[in-house]
Design a protein around this ligand. Structure first.
Ligand SMILES: [Zn+2]
Length: 193
């Protein structure tokens, strides 16, 4: 995948999903990059193409079901499942816990791939991984379109497969290099990822 990395990043940039500059995140921290994956996934042809590239890594894994956390993971899960000829289900929060609703269920021994759009700390993806394992499913892998972990271990107990890795450090305002350069601070429209 490495040789396509910049080309794939450009598709995120062209869709306005990856902005570079000086951004105020909802956490109050500042970052030179802002990622809103939904802006690339709003284009079904792009979503299908990017997710099918991610799915290739699992073509021989006998994946029966792709499980994703709502809301961010739903489109990715659907498109990865399409590429693998698998079923797509999603988990959503109920009283703070990731839960399978809507009649979705996993079978003992079912080969499940857990996917997410963006992994930063990995919290939601880890929760659906644990949900699948608790249901007795065999989690074959965890994957995301974008790895934003910056090399930190999200604690999946297995490698995270990602289509692209985006280095997007965040800073407290006092330590922000863009502030020091006097670049104007931009607050992006909605919740940062
Ligand atoms: Zn700043």
């Amino acid at each position: 995948m490495a040789e396509h990395h910049e080309a794939i990043l450009n598709r995120f940039r062209e869709a306005g999903a990856l902005l570079e500059g000086h951004f105020l995140l909802t956490s109050g921290r500042h970052s030179p990059a802002y990622l809103q994956c939904a802006r690339v996934l709003q284009h079904p042809d792009l979503a299908e193409d990017l997710c099918s590239r991610l799915a290739r890594a699992f073509a021989d894994e006998g994946v029966e079901t792709v499980l994703a956390p709502a809301i961010g993971g739903i489109v990715v899960g659907h498109e990865v499942a399409r590429a693998l000829g698998a079923r797509a289900v999603f988990a959503e929060r109920e009283k703070g816990r990731m839960t399978l609703r809507r009649g979705f269920a996993l079978r003992d021994g079912e080969r499940v791939l857990c996917v997410e759009d963006v992994v930063t700390t990995g919290g939601s993806l880890k929760e659906v991984q644990q949900l699948a394992q608790a249901a007795g499913a065999d989690v074959v892998a965890v994957a995301a379109l974008v790895d934003r972990t910056g090399g930190a271990d999200p604690g999946f107990g297995m490698p995270l497969t990602a289509l692209v890795r985006i280095e997007a450090p965040t800073y407290v305002p006092e330590d922000c290099p863009q502030c020091r350069q006097g670049l104007p601070l931009v607050k992006p429209g909605s919740r940062d990822i």
